[in-house]
Design a protein around this ligand. Structure first.
Ligand code: HEC
Length: 451
């Protein structure tokens, strides 16, 4: 009896071990393809945001060494936030086992394995990452000369709707994944009788070449009301970063009132540099309507540059120095945080934010141990985070203006500082954007995962 019992335990033990153990031979079709398809191919596929695919055996074999390296260094999949500090909806983290498999596969010559073991490629969405939109508004197509320069554009996307309408989500879809880097878009809301023609004025202003002041740009775009006053601007209604899927909150949370006359103002549509070829981009905006007006519309404030609390000390970063700054803000009433977005430019090194409650508890918000300019996600908490009235939110940033920082835009390093929120990568910013709701009892138990 007891022998049988031991045998049983031993069997169970091996079974469990086997699940985690790495097989003696690792092949593409058996172990590697499932890892790539679940974690990489959403971006690394034809038409995806990365400019090489990781779909076929040939794709993977050619890049086997690079894949082993970038996963071991946790550069890919891109997820700069430390999951030990805070977990978020949709986070992309490879397990240690997956990393070991990719490493073993590369070091053993990247064998293909039995062809019939290859899993089917997941079905990737076309034209939207979420579903079928109710309305699609094209962004003015833009021609990019392949001159190797990044471009920062302010683009107006006007619209006119028959009636007041509600939207649950506004999604930006890049036309050309290879060049569209990121977008942060606001919504201009006209009162119906204050603006005759929302389509008048220019559609695109190049913030580096055409003008340096935002007011001049607004004039070129013809954003003002007919009497010269300015309409309401709702911040950050549409954002895009490669690989980031538009955030739909659970029913009743978030959402937008769309004006009958309005425009999306794509603030810093960043086109990454194109190498040698001239290319066009024809991006568009998808709108998903909601049946009823937003019950609990999301609100937003930001710490730091142009925010509710200043950057301290001033964001002036001397050449050849490491500089630490912070910004802190005491919340005047109970809030429930939905999403946070840390923002710095190329000199960013680390970012951390947390709140300290009046009773002295620390509420962890986010830690980015290795800042990456390319991956500035809007991080949505798995459940809303309650920040009690009187708590102080503290955001801390470290900047590296030495030549050891490989992203330093200047060589040799030069003085870099903030300039009224200039988006140029060669000017710095320090911002912590907080999307929240006024707290309601039980908020901290509401899951924000929608799938
Ligand atoms: C959110 C989108 C996204 C995901 C997910 C993603 N990548 Fe990438 N990856 C990119 C982008 C964008 C680049 C930059 C180069 C480019 O545009 O192709 C890149 C670059 C790379 C590079 C080249 C690095 C270099 O220095 O040139 C490798 C190798 C790579 N990824 C492997 C992977 C692997 C393996 C996975 C999954 C474990 C993965 N990626 C997941 C978007 C992604």
């Amino acid at each position: 009896m007891s022998i049988l019992f031991c045998v049983l335990i031993a069997l169970l033990h091996t079974a469990c071990n086997n699940k985690d153990a790495i097989p003696d031979t690792v092949t593409f079709t058996e172990q590697v393809a499932p890892i790539l398809y679940n974690n990489c191919s959403i971006c690394h596929r034809p038409g995806g945001s990365a400019h090489f695919a990781l779909v076929t055996y040939e794709d993977a074999r050619k890049n086997a060494g690079a894949c082993a390296y970038v996963t071991k260094e946790r550069i890919m999949p891109p997820w700069p936030a430390d999951p030990q500090y805070r977990e978020f909806v949709g986070q992309r983290i490879l397990s240690d086992r997956d990393i070991k498999i990719l490493d073993k596969w590369a070091s053993e010559g990247a064998p293909e394995g039995p062809k019939d073991k290859l899993p089917a490629l997941p079905k990737y969405p076309v034209g939207s990452d979420i579903g079928t939109p109710d309305m699609r508004i094209p962004v003015q197509p833009y021609f990019l000369k392949g001159n190797g320069f990044d471009k920062f554009l302010l683009i107006k996307v006007p619209f006119e709707l028959g009636t007041d309408t509600f939207a649950s989500l506004i999604e930006f879809m890049p036309g050309n994944h290879n060049v569209v880097h990121h977008v942060n878009g606001d919504m201009v809301k006209y009162e119906f009788d204050k603006k005759k023609d929302v389509f008048a004025g220019e559609r695109v202003v190049n913030m580096v070449e055409d003008t340096s002041s935002l007011l001049q740009a607004f004039q070129k775009l013809g954003l003002s009301n007919d009497d010269g006053s300015y309409p309401v601007l709702q911040k950050s209604v549409v954002n895009y970063l490669p690989g980031v899927i538009g955030q739909k909150y659970p029913e009743g949370i978030g959402g937008y009132m769309l004006p009958r006359k309005g425009a999306f103002l794509l603030n810093d549509l960043h086109y990454g540099f194109t190498k040698k070829d001239d290319v066009w981009d024809s991006s568009y905006i998808n709108i998903f309507f909601a049946k009823s007006p937003p019950k609990r519309p999301a609100q937003e404030f930001q710490l730091g540059t142009l925010g509710v609390a200043p950057v301290e000390p001033d964001l002036v970063i001397l050449p050849n120095t490491i500089k630490q700054v912070y910004s802190k803000f005491t919340v005047p009433f109970d809030i429930s945080i939905l999403t946070v977005n840390p923002h710095m430019h190329l000199l960013g090194k680390t970012f951390k934010a947390y709140a300290v409650s009046p009773s002295g508890d620390t509420i962890k918000l986010i830690s980015i141990p290795r800042w990456d300019f390319n991956w500035q996600y809007f991080y949505t908490f798995k459940k809303m985070v309650k920040i009690p009235k009187g708590s102080t939110i503290i955001a801390e940033g470290v900047y590296d203006n030495t030549k050891q920082n490989l992203n330093n835009p200047f060589s040799p390093p030069q003085l870099v500082r903030d300039r009224n929120g200039s988006m140029k990568a060669t000017d710095e910013m320090f911002q912590f954007i907080v999307t929240y709701l006024p707290y309601e009892l039980g908020d901290e138990n509401i899951s924000l995962e929608t799938k």
